[in-house]
Write a protein that binds this ligand. Sequence first.
Ligand SMILES: NC(=O)C1=CN([C@@H]2O[C@H](COP(=O)(O)OP(=O)(O)OC[C@H]3O[C@@H](n4cnc5c(N)ncnc54)[C@H](OP(=O)(O)O)[C@@H]3O)[C@@H](O)[C@H]2O)C=CC1
Ligand SMILES: CC(C)(CO)C(=O)C(=O)O
Length: 307
Amino acid sequence: MEIRTVAIVGLGALGIMYGKHLADHLGKDAVRIVADRNRIERYEKEGIFCNGERCDFHYVDANDQAEPAGLLIFTVKFNGLQGAIESARNQVGPNTILISFLNGISSEQLIGEAFGFDQLLYCIVAGMDASKIGNQLTYTKIGFVSFGERDDTRSEKVAALQQLFERTEIPYEIPEHIMHKMWSKLMVNTGVNQSTAVFETGYGGIQVPGKPRDTVIAAMKEVVKVANAEGVPLREDEIAGWLKINDELNPEGMPSMRQDTLQHRRTEVDLFAGTIRQLGKKHGIPTPVNDFLYERLRAIEASYAKE
Ligand SMILES: NC(=O)C1=CN([C@@H]2O[C@H](COP(=O)(O)OP(=O)(O)OC[C@H]3O[C@@H](n4cnc5c(N)ncnc54)[C@H](OP(=O)(O)O)[C@@H]3O)[C@@H](O)[C@H]2O)C=CC1
Ligand SMILES: CC(C)(CO)C(=O)C(=O)O
């Protein structure tokens, strides 16, 4: 099982970063950027730029029939996922491996329901400082992909993806327990993404002592409690490791949620505080920091309409 072709749905910060990197290694034709006609026309007219260089992508209209891709990567925001699943239908065959780079622990369920769980691998991506404003992506760190089967077996799919990442020099890891890793990443996003968006700052603002950094840590601690109640042995000492990763990112860079609020887009708050509040209620665990972040983020979203 060798992955020869990759389809990507969602040409945003991650889609551009991985799309360009993969196309540079596999060749333009091996990497399809799948979108509706209107988006493709816009991308072709305005251009898509990666660290200042115009990208020469192979665009594929979602409505056109295509040979199934070896790998399909979802890189949309959560509120675009349902549309992206529809856009991806012509790329999927019985051997297509499916993977979601979305944050949170919800996208795999929707993708599995649409295409079958057998073709799905679970995954998180982290450690990058990809910022996209308009049609310009900048990044200095590509981060890493962490992936595996839900039950952590070393399947043929896992081997195929590992071989692709080796061939294309994409940093990766196959953790012992991918579901633990996904919760650990949910913990980071619940702290880092939400706090930077609420306090209107980038990585620099949470790399120094103060309310934004304290809020990151306090929100993460609530995730640990909820995860433990869900049977996931997340530990508070994992917080330090993630803070170290964030402390080494470009202080001028910003998490995806801060990019959303800056550009007046809906946020992924439902994936983070939304999930933690709901599970907190289920287990009788108070989540005051996530309640605060949730309310602030909803107020920020509501304020766009009033301008
Ligand atoms: N940015 C980052 O550094 C990181 C992001 N993540 C996660 O990865 C996911 C993607 O984030 P990010 O790359 O920042 O997102 P962006 O908002 O930058 O990009 C999402 C892109 O998806 C496109 N899109 C939406 N619907 C469709 C569709 N139906 N068909 C084709 N394209 C579509 C949008 O296109 P258009 O612009 O044309 O509307 C947009 O460009 C999120 O869940 C995020 O939390 C995880 C780790 C790091
Ligand atoms: C914070 C970060 C970059 C994780 O490293 C992320 O997941 C995001 O921006 O959504």
